[in-house]
Design a protein around this ligand. Structure first.
Ligand code: SIN
Length: 262
């Protein structure tokens, strides 16, 4: 028997809101239905989750191995939980998370603990749709390219070995679970195509980055405290909207280790 979830699709591009489920207490059949829904919607939000950091980690561990950021420290006493409390150039730019490592995270989960009264939404862009929207000619070019992803300034400051945070991935990866192609270049971490200079790469990279701004590829998440939001880091890019001045916005982030990308 299949389990039907209380889920509402938000946009053609993705985003499913699940209400009335306690993420800390999903039986196996419901969890299997959630896994299938995640691949279908790319971004899933469980409303009203009152989870401790350990419960967030336990829920995350059902999805795979918890990953540890190569240079950003965890919340004290909770390895794997990262605190998000300020907007940075990195979070305000369209990106996928930590693509500079060998196997970038497959999933990111954010739990909203404190929010501004208005604003601070997170935007998502469906990169399967962006890939499918390319002309045959550009798609063939993109299929033949790899891009080199680099760690940020913070990596250099924290003394991380450069090689550990410099990796090349195909520009159009195959989603390891669905096999669907998706564009996998982002302005936070990519500097050039493999074998191309930065100057040669820039015009095409800028064009590919600009696709995330197409409204028809987007889902905009309007947060509530207690939202546990998870996204497929291979399928979507995201960015936060910094429209709330210096009001407090505080979330806990957990990521799951990904597979090699082809
Ligand atoms: C992130 O980019 O990981 C954080 C996104 C957000 O703060 O909404």
């Amino acid at each position: 028997m299949t389990t039907t979830l209380p889920i509402e699709r938000q946009e053609p591009a993705g985003g499913g809101i699940v209400t009335g489920l306690d993420a800390a207490r999903l039986d196996d059949a419901t969890f299997a239905a959630v896994q299938a829904a995640f691949l279908e919607h790319h971004v899933l939000c469980f409303r009203g989750q009152d989870l401790t950091p350990d419960q967030q980690l336990e829920f995350a561990a059902r999805w795979g191995t918890i990953s540890h950021h190569p240079y950003v420290p965890s919340l004290e006493g909770h390895p794997g939980v990262m605190e998000i409390f300020q907007v940075t150039g990195i979070t305000e730019t369209w990106h996928a998370d930590t693509t500079q490592v060998a196997n970038p995270p497959k999933i990111t989960m954010l739990l909203a603990r404190e929010l501004p009264e208005h604003g601070g939404d997170t935007m998502f862009a469906n990169m399967h749709m962006a890939y499918a929207g390319l002309s045959d000619g550009l798609r063939a070019t993109v299929d033949s390219l790899r891009a080199v992803h680099y760690g940020t300034e913070l990596a250099a400051q924290s003394g991380v070995d450069k090689a550990a945070v410099t990796h090349s991935h195909p520009v159009a990866i195959r989603h390891p679970e669905t096999g669907r192609r998706t564009l996998f270049v982002n302005a936070d971490y990519v500097r050039h195509f493999d074998g191309w200079t930065e100057a040669e790469s820039r015009p095409l990279l800028e064009y590919l980055y600009s696709l995330a701004a197409m409204p028809e590829y987007q889902y905009r998440h309007r947060w509530q405290v207690g939202d546990l939001l998870m996204w497929d880091n291979r399928s979507v890019q995201h960015r936060v909207v910094h429209d709330y001045g210096d009001a407090r916005r505080y979330l806990h982030r957990v990521t799951l280790e990904g597979d090699p990308l082809e």
